[in-house]
Design a protein around this ligand. Structure first.
Ligand code: HEM
Length: 432
């Protein structure tokens, strides 16, 4: 239980303001921003028939995600139709088992196994970019980032580079992810409307699982899928269905987020070219200083655009949160996006300034003030992987090329992830 004095239910945003927002056809993020501005770090908004509690104050974020994950659980993940019972959507004992098995693969020695594969994918991207620079051919930066991130996670999962045919088939993943927020509420109808894409994804997954079952290791040795297939010998719950779900979960969780982050990063650098110069001035190629500076670029991008911009939870019991009572059954939205833009935590929050992550005292020390990868037991399994692949790519591309955008997206789409709201076509200028 929290020790603060309890002051009654969570203050709720005036229904007239919600109605105005609804009539104006605004984005959810606008309504949540209004609620935070008017009511503070724990605020209720009646988006549906019952109030949803928006949580942005760091202490309350900690309370929900890290201290009491048993009171605030994940429920009916929106992406379930795509990722099934994979670790992102699983709950209870099944989740614990799945998480334990995967965790060892994404930390310490487990991570080292991916170094070569990440480097291979970064080199392949660098070769493509060298080609664009030579020929002057235009390309889309968002598509390039997606291709890199998908190639990287595919290599980690299967041990093989992603070939063009599979890359084409896997565009179905992005299509389903983009469609998810607007699918019908009825599960059967929702499934029907993306049936063709789901079928394409299932075919790719079936082949990959079959290859892992045959023990067909890739050029860089067996992939993570092999570990899961091996686990299925000891744990009968790892059926072909769960293997498919885990594979698709890792594909979705492991590429959509990284790809949008890298796309935002390039769009931000386009507006702030000095940040690129500063990062490249820090140490030589491959030096720890350079890597730290590149990581700061990624961290600051993730502050402004944390791809998982809302983290939904459901209160299983009555609780006290930030001095307010929360009834059992309440839907809760933790919102890293708004926490990261709180001027009391982050001075001049709209400003892109990677030095926040390199200068002493540049970022708030309070736990819960920065959480692009979530916090607590359900925090991102791929944090190290994502940071490593991002810096590996930047190490290759940043010193050599500067994209010249022919147009830039005007804003953001706040769907399952926060992503640029249009293409980002560019040609390459040699870096000066
Ligand atoms: C910049 C890139 C990434 C960002 C911003 C990101 C963010 C997140 C966040 C915020 C969560 C927690 C969700 C919640 O609490 O509701 C999460 C969970 C997860 N992420 Fe990531 N992620 C990234 C990359 C990756 C990568 C590369 C992988 C896999 C290789 C991955 C795998 C996962 C998995 C499996 C979970 C679910 C963990 C669980 O529920 O136990 N993520 N991610």
């Amino acid at each position: 239980m929290a020790t603060d004095a309890v002051t009654g239910p969570v203050p709720e945003l005036d229904p007239a303001a919600v109605e105005r927002w609804r009539r104006g056809g605004g984005e959810l993020v606008e309504l949540l921003t209004l609620a935070r501005e008017r009511l503070g770090g724990v605020a209720a908004v009646r988006i549906g028939p019952r109030p949803t509690v928006l949580v942005t104050a760091p202490e309350a974020v900690q309370h929900v995600l890290a201290r009491h994950p048993d009171r605030y659980v994940k429920r009916s993940h929106r992406a379930r139709l795509l990722i099934g019972d994979g670790v992102l959507a699983a709950t209870g004992d099944a989740w614990k088992r799945q998480r334990r098995l995967l965790q060892s693969q994404f930390t310490g020695t487990g991570m080292r196994r991916y170094e070569q594969r990440i480097a291979g994918a970064a080199r392949a991207a660098a070769e493509r970019w060298a080609g664009y620079a030579r020929t002057g051919e235009g390309f889309d930066v968002g598509e390039e980032m997606r291709r890199f991130a998908l190639d990287t996670i595919w290599r980690a999962l299967t041990g093989h580079p992603l070939d063009a045919g599979r890359a084409r088939e896997l565009t179905a993943v992005a299509a389903v992810v983009a469609a998810l927020p607007s699918l019908p509420a009825d599960e059967v109808e929702a499934r029907d409307s993306v049936a063709a894409d789901l079928a394409r994804i299932d075919t790719v997954a079936r082949h990959a699982v079959a290859a892992a079952r045959d023990g067909a290791a890739g050029p860089d040795g067996p992939g993570l899928l092999q570990v899961l297939v091996d686990a299925s010998a000891a744990y009968p719950e790892y059926t072909d269905r769960l293997l498919r779900d885990e594979l698709v979960t890792l594909l979705v969780a492991g590429h959509e987020t990284t790809a949008t982050t890298l796309t935002w990063l390039y769009l931000l650098l386009d507006r702030h070219p000095a940040a690129r110069e500063e990062a490249l001035a820090a140490g030589g190629e491959g030096s720890p200083e350079r890597r730290e500076a590149l990581q700061a670029l990624v961290s600051e991008t993730l502050r402004l655009y944390p791809s998982a911009w809302i983290l939904p939870r459901h209160a299983t019991e009555a609780d006290t949160l930030g001095g307010h009572t929360v009834a059992a059954g309440t839907d809760v939205l933790v919102c890293p996006y708004l926490t990261h833009r709180d001027p009391e935590l982050w001075p001049d929050p709209e400003r892109f300034d990677p030095r926040r992550f390199t200068a002493a005292g540049g970022r708030p020390a309070r736990q819960g003030a920065y959480l692009p990868f979530g916090i607590g037991p359900r925090a991102c399994l791929g944090t190290q992987f994502a940071l490593r692949e991002s810096t590996a790519l930047l190490e290759q591309l940043l010193p050599r090329h500067v994209p010249v955008f022919t147009s830039v997206p005007a804003g953001a789409v706040y769907g399952l992830t926060v992503r640029p709201d249009g293409p980002a076509p560019a040609t390459l200028a040699p870096a000066g």
